[in-house]
Design a protein around this ligand. Sequence first.
Ligand SMILES: Cc1cc2nc3c(=O)[nH]c(=O)nc-3n(C[C@H](O)[C@H](O)[C@H](O)COP(=O)(O)OP(=O)(O)OC[C@H]3O[C@@H](n4cnc5c(N)ncnc54)[C@H](O)[C@@H]3O)c2cc1C
Length: 135
Amino acid sequence: MVEKGSKGFEVSELGEKMGIKMTSTTEMSFDQVRVPEENLIGDLHKGFYQQHKKAGWNFDQGRIEPKWTSMAKMYAGRVGVEVAQEAIQIHGGYGYMLEYEVERYYRDARITEIYEGTREIQKNTIASAVIGKRG
Ligand SMILES: Cc1cc2nc3c(=O)[nH]c(=O)nc-3n(C[C@H](O)[C@H](O)[C@H](O)COP(=O)(O)OP(=O)(O)OC[C@H]3O[C@@H](n4cnc5c(N)ncnc54)[C@H](O)[C@@H]3O)c2cc1C
């Protein structure tokens, strides 16, 4: 955890987004930032293994596998987008209009296939675990 105001840590605003507009999206830069040891969350170099609730059960069972987090992330993202897309379709023309909130669900869902590892990168991680090759 890096404290706001730490020397060498800068935050700059990015442009407007398609969805999730209620969240702020910024670029963070770190230049020789020093972080006290007590600010470390979890184990050093193991941040990747602390994502995703669905993978939590496997973690509790002593299994820490990136392919589980990738499968959970890719599947949840795809289902979210498909459901939102179908909701637009069911609403017909109204579904496409900004007046109805349903279009926002699609815009908000779409980012889940991009950030925190795009669906292609998740596929690469799953493939490398299953067939043993790196993407
Ligand atoms: C709203 C928003 C919030 C974000 N929040 C954060 C955040 O909190 N923290 C953070 O660190 N980042 C954040 N990001 C950055 C986000 O994680 C990246 O945009 C995302 O990982 C894709 O990286 P990129 O934009 O560099 O695209 P690229 O890596 O250039 O990818 C472009 C396309 O090429 C594909 N591609 C790239 N490499 C491969 C490959 N090896 N095999 C197959 N296909 C490939 C990608 O899947 C994608 O379709 C955010 C982005 C957005 C838009």
